[in-house]
Design a protein around this ligand. Structure first.
Ligand code: ACO
Length: 157
C-alpha cells in the first residue's frame, strides 16, 4: 500500500480532505475539544462559520483526516493565507488548530496533516509558514520541517 513521505501510518487508512458540512456528525467538534475544551457547537453555529470560511476560498483551508474504517474524523488542521504589503505583497501561511484523536496519535497522522497544510501554503505562493506551539511540541514540528524562530507573544481578552 502507498504511504506518504515521513508517515508511519498506512496512507489508505485515513483520507485527508477539506472539511465538509457533514463532518459535524462525524465527530469534528469532539475532536477539536481535545485541542481546546469548549461547549458543543450548535448545527447553526457550525454552518454559519463554515460559510464564512468558505467565502475566503483557498485562503483558508481546514483539512480533516477521515478514518476509512469508521467514517469518524481522526485529525484536523487549518492553514490561513495572510496577504501582506511587505515582501512585494507577499503571502504567509499560518498553521492553526492541529489535532489528532488521542486513539490515533503516534502513527504519523499529525505529520501527514501538517505537511499537507504546508503544501497548500506553498502552492498558494507563501514565502514562509509559521505557527505557535508549546515547548513540548518542538520535536513534533521539527519532524514536520519547522525550525524555531522568534518569540510568541499573546494578549488574551
Ligand atoms: C499550531 C498548533 O495547532 S499547536 C497544537 C498542536 N495540537 C495539540 O497539542 C493537540 C494534542 N496533540 C495532538 O493532537 C497530537 O499529539 C499532535 C498533533 C501534536 C501530534 O500528532 P501525532 O499524529 O501523534 O504525531 P505523529 O505521529 O505524526 O508524529 C510525527 C513525529 O513527531 C514526533 N512527535 C509527535 N509528538 C511529539 C512531541 N510531543 N514531542 C516530540 N516529538 C513528537 C513523533 O514521535 C514522530 O516522530 P518519528 O517520525 O521519529 O516517529
Amino acid at each position: 500500500m502507498a504511504s506518504e513521505a515521513g508517515a508511519g501510518v498506512d496512507a489508505d487508512a485515513y483520507r485527508i480532505r477539506p472539511l465538509e458540512l457533514g463532518d459535524l456528525s462525524k465527530g469534528f467538534c469532539d475532536l477539536l475539544a481535545q485541542l481546546s475544551p469548549s461547549a458543543p457547537l450548535t448545527e447553526d453555529s457550525f454552518r454559519s462559520r463554515f460559510a464564512e470560511l468558505a467565502a475566503l476560498g483557498a485562503d483558508h483551508l481546514v483539512l480533516v483526516a477521515e478514518d476509512a474504517g469508521t467514517g469518524r474524523i481522526a485529525a484536523a488542521g487549518a492553514v490561513l493565507v495572510e496577504r501582506k504589503f511587505i515582501r512585494r505583497c507577499g503571502t504567509v501561511g499560518h498553521v492553526e488548530d492541529v489535532v489528532v484523536d488521542a486513539a490515533a496519535r503516534g502513527r504519523g497522522l499529525g505529520e501527514r496533516v501538517v505537511r499537507r497544510l504546508v503544501e497548500h501554503a506553498r502552492a498558494r505562493g507563501c514565502y514562509k509558514v509559521i505557527l505557535n506551539c508549546t515547548p513540548e511540541l518542538r520535536g513534533f514540528y521539527a519532524k514536520c520541517g519547522f525550525v524555531e524562530k522568534n518569540v510568541q507573544m499573546g494578549l488574551y481578552f
